[in-house]
Design a binder for this molecule. Sequence first.
Ligand code: ADP
Ligand code: MG
Length: 316
Amino acid sequence: ATPAATMVGSTLGAQNGVLFKGGDVLERAKDVDTVVFDKTGTLTTGEMTLTDVVALEGETAAPDGGETATDGGAVAARARLDESEVLRLAASAERDSEHPLAQAIVEGAAERGLDLADAADFENVPGQGVRATVDGREVLVGNRRLLESEGVDPSPAEGEMERLEREGKTAMLVAVDGAVAGVVADADTVKESSADAVADLRERGLDVMLITGDNERTARAVAERVGIDPDDVRAGVLPEDKADALEDIQSTGRKAMMVGDGVNDAPALAVAHVGTAIGSGTDVAIEAADVTLMRDDPLDVVKAIRISEATLAKIK
Ligand code: ADP
Ligand code: MG
């Protein structure tokens, strides 16, 4: 692009809350054929609320009051905890986590008037959940991967997990002392303009995809709500794998614009043909991005592409 074109584009962008980091970015944005959205905080508001707490039935003791069914003692027996206890243990374990999912659990427990315990040995497992000791009990809160890597069988909760995920909620397993005890779920609101943004992009002939660390079922429920094809959803992507996923998408010659808000997204933003940080994105995301959208509005993605096309077409 000529310096004049770059100037016009950058100024037009700035007036519209779209900041391009230099003229070559404007040029690259024009060639984008695929837009890959992060889910949480990008297509959704990222403001989580605790919506469900489920206590699983415990394993039934033998009729004569003998031992509970265990697999040669290798599998811990599941004593039934009530919903309040499931939530209290989960929230106590999540207290030291800064993850929005964790904060919603802690707030939900406070709203329900529960007194949280102090947790010890807190450990955050990125993309999976947390582990902590609460009242001397070993508590895990997170996804299937977390429990499996800790040798805890998540399958007794599978029915509840699937039900909640089909509603587009992020369902998390709560394990206590080596056995799954319940499920808690957070929900997030899809941004008002997400569906319009996806429709506009498709009208312009662009492919639209969704990438998330969240599970397949939740991701597909959100995709359906905003008009993204289920086949174009990449779910369960670990934070460190988001950049690889982007490279994979681009390996067929696609030129992708990745749109994200979080620390998790920074490596993918850097790898994308054009990285776009949205709204109140983290500094790390903004740093890694080529374009920053000042507002929290997915429609500004369309604006960014339109501005680059318009200014470069006119002046060339
Ligand atoms: P996203 O890509 O949606 O920002 P993350 O990569 O941070 O998600 O996390 C992926 C998944 O790992 C979450 O959907 C959740 O199931 C689980 N997870 C991550 N952190 C926590 C936490 N603090 N508590 C419970 N579950 C968590
Ligand atoms: Mg995000």
